[in-house]
Design a protein around this ligand. Structure first.
Ligand SMILES: Nc1nc(=O)c2c([nH]1)NC[C@@H]1CN(c3ccc(C(=O)N[C@@H](CCC(=O)O)C(=O)O)cc3)C=[N+]21
Length: 298
Protein backbone atom coordinates (compact mmCIF):
# COMPACT_ATOMS: atom_id res chain seq x y z
CA UNK A 1 0.00 0.00 0.00
CA UNK A 2 1.32 3.43 -0.77
CA UNK A 3 -0.02 6.59 0.79
CA UNK A 4 -2.03 9.21 -1.09
CA UNK A 5 -0.13 12.49 -1.36
CA UNK A 6 -1.92 15.53 0.03
CA UNK A 7 -1.07 18.31 -2.42
CA UNK A 8 -0.69 21.43 -0.27
CA UNK A 9 0.29 23.57 -3.25
CA UNK A 10 -2.95 22.75 -5.09
CA UNK A 11 -5.16 23.19 -2.00
CA UNK A 12 -3.41 26.49 -1.20
CA UNK A 13 -3.93 27.71 -4.74
CA UNK A 14 -7.66 27.03 -4.52
CA UNK A 15 -7.84 28.84 -1.17
CA UNK A 16 -5.96 31.82 -2.64
CA UNK A 17 -8.52 31.92 -5.48
CA UNK A 18 -11.32 32.19 -2.90
CA UNK A 19 -9.34 34.89 -1.10
CA UNK A 20 -8.90 36.80 -4.37
CA UNK A 21 -12.61 36.50 -5.23
CA UNK A 22 -13.68 37.76 -1.78
CA UNK A 23 -11.09 40.56 -2.00
CA UNK A 24 -12.57 41.67 -5.34
CA UNK A 25 -16.04 41.84 -3.71
CA UNK A 26 -14.68 43.90 -0.82
CA UNK A 27 -13.02 46.26 -3.30
CA UNK A 28 -16.47 46.97 -4.76
CA UNK A 29 -17.42 48.16 -1.26
CA UNK A 30 -14.32 50.35 -1.18
CA UNK A 31 -12.33 48.10 1.19
CA UNK A 32 -8.93 46.70 0.15
CA UNK A 33 -7.62 44.28 2.78
CA UNK A 34 -4.18 45.47 3.90
CA UNK A 35 -1.40 43.37 5.43
CA UNK A 36 1.62 44.91 7.19
CA UNK A 37 4.65 42.65 7.46
CA UNK A 38 7.44 43.52 9.87
CA UNK A 39 10.79 41.82 9.31
CA UNK A 40 13.71 42.52 11.62
CA UNK A 41 17.24 41.53 10.61
CA UNK A 42 18.66 39.59 7.70
CA UNK A 43 17.77 35.93 8.40
CA UNK A 44 17.77 34.41 4.87
CA UNK A 45 14.88 31.95 5.51
CA UNK A 46 12.74 34.78 6.95
CA UNK A 47 13.49 36.92 3.91
CA UNK A 48 12.30 34.11 1.61
CA UNK A 49 9.06 33.60 3.59
CA UNK A 50 8.31 37.30 3.80
CA UNK A 51 8.98 37.63 0.06
CA UNK A 52 6.43 34.86 -0.64
CA UNK A 53 3.87 36.43 1.70
CA UNK A 54 4.00 39.86 0.07
CA UNK A 55 4.06 38.43 -3.47
CA UNK A 56 1.03 36.24 -2.84
CA UNK A 57 -0.81 39.02 -1.01
CA UNK A 58 -0.36 41.27 -4.05
CA UNK A 59 -1.43 38.49 -6.45
CA UNK A 60 -4.69 38.05 -4.50
CA UNK A 61 -5.41 41.80 -4.68
CA UNK A 62 -4.47 42.69 -1.10
CA UNK A 63 -2.37 45.72 -0.24
CA UNK A 64 0.83 45.02 1.60
CA UNK A 65 3.11 47.24 3.59
CA UNK A 66 6.68 46.06 4.15
CA UNK A 67 8.65 47.19 7.16
CA UNK A 68 12.22 45.89 7.00
CA UNK A 69 14.27 46.96 9.98
CA UNK A 70 17.90 46.42 10.99
CA UNK A 71 18.81 43.63 13.42
CA UNK A 72 19.73 46.33 15.96
CA UNK A 73 16.06 47.43 16.33
CA UNK A 74 14.95 47.36 19.96
CA UNK A 75 11.76 46.29 21.73
CA UNK A 76 10.42 49.80 22.28
CA UNK A 77 10.99 50.82 18.66
CA UNK A 78 9.10 47.72 17.50
CA UNK A 79 6.24 48.36 19.89
CA UNK A 80 6.03 51.95 18.61
CA UNK A 81 5.80 50.65 15.01
CA UNK A 82 3.11 48.12 16.00
CA UNK A 83 1.11 50.87 17.71
CA UNK A 84 1.35 53.04 14.63
CA UNK A 85 0.09 50.13 12.49
CA UNK A 86 -2.71 49.46 15.01
CA UNK A 87 -3.93 52.99 14.33
CA UNK A 88 -3.97 52.80 10.55
CA UNK A 89 -7.34 52.22 8.89
CA UNK A 90 -5.75 50.74 5.74
CA UNK A 91 -3.92 48.02 7.72
CA UNK A 92 -6.24 45.15 8.65
CA UNK A 93 -3.54 42.60 9.51
CA UNK A 94 -0.13 42.88 11.19
CA UNK A 95 2.45 40.12 11.01
CA UNK A 96 5.71 40.39 12.93
CA UNK A 97 7.98 37.74 11.46
CA UNK A 98 9.48 35.37 14.03
CA UNK A 99 12.05 34.74 15.32
CA UNK A 100 12.95 38.28 16.40
CA UNK A 101 16.62 39.03 17.22
CA UNK A 102 17.85 37.68 20.56
CA UNK A 103 17.68 40.96 22.54
CA UNK A 104 14.05 41.71 21.63
CA UNK A 105 11.19 40.90 24.02
CA UNK A 106 9.06 39.02 21.47
CA UNK A 107 6.18 38.43 23.89
CA UNK A 108 5.89 42.18 24.55
CA UNK A 109 5.91 42.98 20.82
CA UNK A 110 3.22 40.38 20.02
CA UNK A 111 1.11 41.55 22.98
CA UNK A 112 1.14 45.09 21.54
CA UNK A 113 -0.67 43.99 18.36
CA UNK A 114 -4.38 44.88 18.34
CA UNK A 115 -6.07 41.43 18.65
CA UNK A 116 -8.39 42.45 15.77
CA UNK A 117 -5.31 42.84 13.53
CA UNK A 118 -3.46 39.80 14.88
CA UNK A 119 -3.62 37.72 11.66
CA UNK A 120 -1.08 35.24 13.07
CA UNK A 121 -3.47 34.45 15.93
CA UNK A 122 -0.59 34.60 18.44
CA UNK A 123 -2.12 37.19 20.81
CA UNK A 124 -3.38 35.90 24.16
CA UNK A 125 -6.88 37.16 23.33
CA UNK A 126 -7.05 35.01 20.19
CA UNK A 127 -5.43 32.00 21.86
CA UNK A 128 -7.93 32.35 24.71
CA UNK A 129 -10.91 32.71 22.38
CA UNK A 130 -9.81 29.61 20.46
CA UNK A 131 -9.52 27.64 23.71
CA UNK A 132 -13.00 28.82 24.75
CA UNK A 133 -14.52 27.87 21.39
CA UNK A 134 -15.30 31.50 20.59
CA UNK A 135 -14.87 33.34 17.30
CA UNK A 136 -11.06 33.71 17.06
CA UNK A 137 -8.30 34.33 14.57
CA UNK A 138 -6.60 30.92 14.37
CA UNK A 139 -2.84 30.59 13.76
CA UNK A 140 -2.13 30.03 10.07
CA UNK A 141 -0.13 26.79 10.22
CA UNK A 142 -2.57 24.71 12.29
CA UNK A 143 -5.48 26.16 10.33
CA UNK A 144 -3.77 25.05 7.11
CA UNK A 145 -3.21 21.58 8.63
CA UNK A 146 -6.92 21.29 9.50
CA UNK A 147 -7.89 22.20 5.93
CA UNK A 148 -5.51 19.52 4.60
CA UNK A 149 -6.95 16.91 7.00
CA UNK A 150 -10.45 17.84 5.81
CA UNK A 151 -9.32 17.26 2.22
CA UNK A 152 -8.86 13.60 3.19
CA UNK A 153 -11.87 13.16 5.48
CA UNK A 154 -14.73 15.22 6.90
CA UNK A 155 -15.40 12.47 9.38
CA UNK A 156 -13.20 13.57 12.29
CA UNK A 157 -15.55 12.82 15.20
CA UNK A 158 -14.11 10.28 17.60
CA UNK A 159 -10.83 9.90 15.71
CA UNK A 160 -7.63 9.52 17.72
CA UNK A 161 -5.29 12.40 16.97
CA UNK A 162 -1.74 12.79 18.23
CA UNK A 163 0.01 16.15 17.93
CA UNK A 164 3.76 15.89 18.45
CA UNK A 165 5.02 19.30 19.60
CA UNK A 166 3.55 21.72 22.14
CA UNK A 167 4.49 25.13 20.77
CA UNK A 168 2.14 28.07 21.12
CA UNK A 169 2.21 28.64 17.35
CA UNK A 170 1.52 25.08 16.13
CA UNK A 171 1.08 22.26 18.66
CA UNK A 172 -1.29 23.87 21.16
CA UNK A 173 -3.64 25.57 18.65
CA UNK A 174 -3.59 22.41 16.46
CA UNK A 175 -4.79 20.38 19.44
CA UNK A 176 -7.55 22.94 20.10
CA UNK A 177 -8.76 22.76 16.49
CA UNK A 178 -8.82 18.95 16.48
CA UNK A 179 -10.68 18.96 19.80
CA UNK A 180 -13.20 21.41 18.37
CA UNK A 181 -13.68 18.91 15.53
CA UNK A 182 -14.49 16.16 18.06
CA UNK A 183 -11.21 14.25 17.83
CA UNK A 184 -9.72 12.56 20.89
CA UNK A 185 -6.49 14.52 21.15
CA UNK A 186 -3.14 13.79 22.78
CA UNK A 187 -0.31 16.32 22.78
CA UNK A 188 3.11 14.66 22.88
CA UNK A 189 6.49 16.34 23.36
CA UNK A 190 10.15 15.71 24.09
CA UNK A 191 9.39 14.29 27.55
CA UNK A 192 6.66 11.90 26.38
CA UNK A 193 7.33 8.27 27.33
CA UNK A 194 7.23 5.71 24.52
CA UNK A 195 6.47 8.17 21.75
CA UNK A 196 6.64 5.49 19.00
CA UNK A 197 3.86 3.49 20.66
CA UNK A 198 1.72 6.58 21.22
CA UNK A 199 2.13 7.60 17.57
CA UNK A 200 1.02 4.12 16.46
CA UNK A 201 -2.38 4.82 18.03
CA UNK A 202 -2.90 7.95 15.93
CA UNK A 203 -5.45 7.91 13.11
CA UNK A 204 -4.36 11.53 12.60
CA UNK A 205 -0.72 12.31 13.31
CA UNK A 206 0.55 15.89 13.23
CA UNK A 207 4.32 16.25 13.50
CA UNK A 208 5.51 19.70 14.63
CA UNK A 209 8.81 18.95 16.28
CA UNK A 210 11.44 20.70 14.16
CA UNK A 211 13.80 17.74 13.92
CA UNK A 212 14.49 16.08 10.55
CA UNK A 213 12.95 12.60 10.12
CA UNK A 214 12.21 12.36 13.87
CA UNK A 215 9.14 10.18 13.12
CA UNK A 216 10.09 6.77 11.69
CA UNK A 217 7.96 4.84 9.21
CA UNK A 218 7.01 2.11 11.66
CA UNK A 219 5.67 4.68 14.15
CA UNK A 220 2.77 5.28 11.78
CA UNK A 221 -0.49 3.41 12.17
CA UNK A 222 -1.51 1.71 8.90
CA UNK A 223 -3.80 4.07 6.98
CA UNK A 224 -3.19 7.11 9.20
CA UNK A 225 -3.44 10.70 7.97
CA UNK A 226 0.04 12.19 8.48
CA UNK A 227 0.55 15.96 8.49
CA UNK A 228 4.20 17.00 8.51
CA UNK A 229 4.72 20.56 9.73
CA UNK A 230 8.52 20.32 9.88
CA UNK A 231 10.63 22.33 7.45
CA UNK A 232 14.24 21.38 8.16
CA UNK A 233 17.07 22.47 5.91
CA UNK A 234 19.58 19.64 5.57
CA UNK A 235 22.40 18.75 3.20
CA UNK A 236 21.50 15.94 0.79
CA UNK A 237 23.75 13.11 -0.42
CA UNK A 238 24.68 15.28 -3.43
CA UNK A 239 25.91 18.08 -1.14
CA UNK A 240 22.96 20.33 -2.07
CA UNK A 241 20.70 21.97 0.51
CA UNK A 242 17.45 20.03 0.85
CA UNK A 243 14.21 20.56 2.80
CA UNK A 244 12.99 17.61 4.84
CA UNK A 245 10.10 17.24 7.22
CA UNK A 246 9.83 15.82 10.74
CA UNK A 247 8.62 12.52 9.24
CA UNK A 248 10.80 10.02 7.40
CA UNK A 249 8.69 10.51 4.29
CA UNK A 250 9.96 7.61 2.14
CA UNK A 251 9.54 5.15 5.00
CA UNK A 252 6.12 6.59 5.90
CA UNK A 253 4.72 6.06 2.39
CA UNK A 254 4.20 2.34 2.95
CA UNK A 255 2.34 2.88 6.26
CA UNK A 256 0.26 6.07 5.98
CA UNK A 257 -3.09 6.34 4.20
CA UNK A 258 -2.38 9.96 3.25
CA UNK A 259 0.61 12.19 3.88
CA UNK A 260 1.76 15.75 3.20
CA UNK A 261 5.11 16.19 1.42
CA UNK A 262 7.82 18.71 2.39
CA UNK A 263 8.07 21.02 0.54
CA UNK A 264 4.63 21.37 -1.04
CA UNK A 265 2.50 20.41 1.97
CA UNK A 266 1.80 22.57 5.00
CA UNK A 267 4.14 25.47 4.00
CA UNK A 268 2.03 26.84 1.15
CA UNK A 269 -1.14 26.48 3.29
CA UNK A 270 0.39 28.67 5.99
CA UNK A 271 0.68 31.58 3.58
CA UNK A 272 -2.77 31.03 2.04
CA UNK A 273 -4.30 31.01 5.54
CA UNK A 274 -2.49 34.26 6.37
CA UNK A 275 -4.21 35.88 3.39
CA UNK A 276 -7.56 34.39 4.47
CA UNK A 277 -7.09 35.71 8.02
CA UNK A 278 -6.28 39.17 6.64
CA UNK A 279 -9.40 39.28 4.45
CA UNK A 280 -11.49 38.07 7.40
CA UNK A 281 -9.96 40.79 9.60
CA UNK A 282 -10.99 43.36 6.99
CA UNK A 283 -14.55 41.95 6.90
CA UNK A 284 -14.79 42.00 10.72
CA UNK A 285 -13.51 45.59 10.80
CA UNK A 286 -16.81 46.71 9.27
CA UNK A 287 -18.97 44.61 11.56
CA UNK A 288 -21.89 43.14 9.68
CA UNK A 289 -21.69 45.30 6.53
CA UNK A 290 -19.44 43.21 4.27
CA UNK A 291 -21.09 39.80 4.38
CA UNK A 292 -19.71 36.47 5.54
CA UNK A 293 -16.17 35.55 6.49
CA UNK A 294 -14.20 33.09 4.38
CA UNK A 295 -14.61 29.71 6.10
CA UNK A 296 -12.51 26.57 6.10
CA UNK A 297 -15.33 24.30 5.06
CA UNK A 298 -16.36 25.60 1.63
N1 LIG B 1 4.95 35.69 12.61
C1 LIG B 1 5.24 34.61 11.90
N2 LIG B 1 4.24 33.95 11.25
C2 LIG B 1 4.52 32.85 10.51
O1 LIG B 1 3.59 32.23 9.93
C3 LIG B 1 5.87 32.41 10.41
C4 LIG B 1 6.85 33.12 11.10
N3 LIG B 1 6.50 34.21 11.84
N4 LIG B 1 8.14 32.74 11.06
C5 LIG B 1 8.58 31.61 10.26
C6 LIG B 1 7.47 30.60 10.06
C7 LIG B 1 7.70 29.67 8.89
N5 LIG B 1 6.63 29.95 7.96
C8 LIG B 1 6.54 29.37 6.68
C9 LIG B 1 5.70 29.84 5.71
C10 LIG B 1 5.69 29.28 4.44
C11 LIG B 1 6.53 28.25 4.11
C12 LIG B 1 6.53 27.69 2.74
O2 LIG B 1 5.86 28.18 1.86
N6 LIG B 1 7.31 26.64 2.49
C13 LIG B 1 7.45 26.01 1.18
C14 LIG B 1 8.90 25.93 0.76
C15 LIG B 1 9.72 27.16 0.99
C16 LIG B 1 11.20 26.97 0.67
O3 LIG B 1 11.48 26.39 -0.39
O4 LIG B 1 12.02 27.38 1.49
C17 LIG B 1 6.92 24.60 1.23
O5 LIG B 1 6.91 24.02 2.31
O6 LIG B 1 6.56 24.09 0.19
C18 LIG B 1 7.36 27.76 5.08
C19 LIG B 1 7.36 28.30 6.35
C20 LIG B 1 5.86 30.92 8.46
N7 LIG B 1 6.25 31.31 9.67
Amino acid sequence: MTATLIDGRAVAERLRERVAARTAELARHGVIPGLAVVLVGEDPASQVYVGSKTKQAAAAGLKHFDHRLPASTGTSELIALVEQLNGRADVHGILVQLPLPAGVDSAAVLAAIDPAKDVDGFHAVNAGRLALGQDATVPCTPLGCLILIREVTRDLAGKRAVVVGRSNIVGKPMAQLLLQNDCTVTIAHSRTRDLPQLCREAEILVAAIGRPKAIAGDWIRPGAIVIDVGINRTVGADGKSKLVGDVDFDAALSHAGAITPVPGGVGPMTIACLLMNTVNAAIRSRAGTLGPLIGVSQ
